[in-house]
Design a protein around this ligand. Structure first.
Ligand code: ITT
Length: 258
């Protein structure tokens, strides 16, 4: 069965194809992202929105670059910082620091509307991130961090954005409604729609930009003396956060009957 990787980023899909025996197709859709410190919560929310949009099994990914000297920033805000500042300015900020240690972290999330049998990887079942409440440890990415509370204004704006998207993607929503059970409810109440999470982390260092490969922050992320942008795709995939998360996902997915 063809897997739909719902993302605006073709680089993620190229990497997923290296890991999965099943065919992977990009479904380009800009999923609404909640604001939360925890990538697992963001990825689970993205997966539910992607599933509602696609109406068939979906994979999404949420990743970020965590710089130690910046207390983990930009982390979950990496996409925003990449678009607004760009890698050259992130490098210029980091070079002021003695300690340039960083990590890429990523969570691959899978949702097909069905429940999951118990395996070590966590399943996210709720939407507790919306009100800043503590999530149970197994719904997170291993840590017990608290999601950032969202302002009412932010929540309302996000719902408005989702409604706007719904208007544009009515057909997708209708498909989702037609093919799933009552667990698939609106954005205001999709608690209960289970999402399986697979996490990957890779440590490295922020350096001056080098290399032409990869995408995003790859030119300023050095691992083992080379930046990710200086590696061949399969070399990056063998060690990267997404590669690690995808290989856990692939092992689980190929072993299930889904
Ligand atoms: P989607 O949300 O549509 O999947 P995105 O590119 O916005 O695509 P994220 O929300 O996960 O993805 O944002 C993560 C940011 O970190 C984004 O700017 C990416 O370019 C960057 N990033 C993620 N994985 C990366 C990797 O393997 N190498 C370099 N940069 C990466």
């Amino acid at each position: 069965m063809t897997l739909r990787f719902v993302t605006t980023n073709p680089g993620k899909v190229r990497e997923a194809r290296e890991h999965l025996a099943s065919p992977v197709e990009q479904l380009e859709f800009d999923t609404p992202e909640i604001q939360a410190e925890d990538l697992g919560a963001v990825a689970a929310h993205k997966a539910r929105a992607a599933y509602r949009h696609a109406g068939e099994p979906v994979v999404v990914d949420d990743s970020g670059l965590f710089v130690g000297a910046f207390d983990g920033f930009p982390g979950p805000y990496s996409s925003y910082v990449y678009d607004r500042l760009g890698i050259e300015r992130v490098w210029r900020l980091a070079r002021e620091e003695d300690d340039r240690a960083a990590a890429f972290r990523g969570v691959v999330a899978y949702c097909d509307g069905e429940e999951f049998a118990a395996t070590p990887e966590p399943v996210d079942r709720d939407a507790g991130d919306r009100d800043g409440t503590e999530r149970s440890p197994d719904a997170r990415t291993g840590s017990a961090r608290r999601s950032a509370p969202r302002s009412r204004g932010g929540e309302a704006a996000s719902r408005e954005a989702t409604r706007e998207r719904r208007g544009q993607d009515q057909a997708g929503d209708e498909r989702a409604t037609a093919t799933t059970d009552e667990q698939v409810r609106g954005d205001d109440g999709d608690e209960g729609l289970p999402v399986k999470l697979f996490e990957g982390v890779v440590p490295g260092e922020i350096v001056a930009p080098r290399g032409d490969g990869g995408f995003g922050y790859d030119p300023i992320f050095e691992y083992d003396d080379r930046t990710f942008a200086e590696m061949e795709p399969d070399e990056k995939n063998a060690v990267s956060h997404r590669g690690r998360a995808l290989s856990k996902f692939a092992e689980w997915y190929e072993a299930t009957d889904r």
